[in-house]
Design a protein around this ligand. Structure first.
Ligand SMILES: Cc1cc2nc3c(=O)[nH]c(=O)nc-3n(C[C@H](O)[C@H](O)[C@H](O)COP(=O)(O)O)c2cc1C
Length: 230
């Protein structure tokens, strides 16, 4: 699956088939995380793969989200705050660690889609509990957990969520400056309406043209002369 489709297809999957994730696929997903960008390329993350049922149950409890247990694999993403502080001080600790790990998470989730897998990013949990369950040192902050597995059911209908229009989110040159060239993005309501209006206009023009041609032909046949341009 190409990137554009993976982005379109990805959605949070919270129902999984009773089927494990092949090692090769798991490695590909993890490798997508490894290849992610990070501040100054410090790569201050660690990925803990959890497939042990007992541990998974404990993590579900720490997240207070039972649905997670359906997923055969969890990937706990840890951010190394100590390393971030060494390189970038407070900004590294408070911001870059989260950003770095989030980039890795999104890369992994898109790779998962391309491999026919589903995932969900989970971040509502008690940090200390997660650290304890996976035996991580205290400077490794759990940033998120990716549930991974084969999706069950109709994702499109059940799980896919809408998004606000680009028009409502994109500004040019300064905050609040809206898109002027609506044709640039065929995504927003106004742009779409204008495009539709254009298409209808073209169709009407075409119909008028066709009618005109047939009238000309009829007239030509009647008088057996050269067609008159109307
Ligand atoms: C920072 C963050 C935290 C999230 N935490 C949870 C979570 O704890 N539980 C959950 O079921 N989904 C969680 N999600 C998934 C969002 O609910 C989901 O991405 C959002 O509703 C949009 O739906 P989509 O992913 O299907 O497009 C989280 C997503 C993000 C980005």
């Amino acid at each position: 699956m190409d990137l554009e489709n993976s982005i379109e297809e990805r959605c949070s999957v919270r129902h999984y088939k009773d089927k494990g994730v092949e090692k090769e696929k798991l490695v590909k997903v993890l490798n997508a995380g490894r290849l992610s960008p990070s501040s100054g390329n410090i790569q201050n993350w660690a990925f803990v793969v959890v497939d042990d049922n007992e541990k998974k149950k404990m993590i579900c409890d720490a997240c207070n989200q039972d649905w997670m247990l359906d997923a055969p694999v969890f990937i706990v993403i840890l951010g190394d705050e100590k390393k971030a502080v060494e390189y970038y001080g407070e900004r590294g600790e408070k911001l870059y660690t989260i950003e770095n790990c989030s980039m890795a998470a999104q890369n992994m989730m898109l790779e998962a889609v391309s491999l026919g897998l589903g995932s969900c990013f989970v971040a509502a949990f008690i940090d200390e509990k997660i650290i304890e369950i996976i035996n991580a040192p205290s400077h490794m902050r759990p940033i998120g957990i990716i549930t991974l597995g084969y999706p069950k059911g109709n994702i499109d209908k059940d799980e896919k969520k809408g998004r606000d229009s680009l028009y409502s989110k994109v500004y040019f040159n300064k905050y609040g400056e809206k898109i002027k060239d609506f044709d640039m993005f065929n995504y927003n309501v106004l742009g779409r309406t204008l495009n539709r209006a254009k298409k209808v206009g073209n169709r009407i023009k075409k119909r008028i043209g066709e009618k005109k041609n047939s009238l000309e032909k009829t007239f030509f046949l009647l008088v057996n002369e050269k067609p008159i341009i109307m």
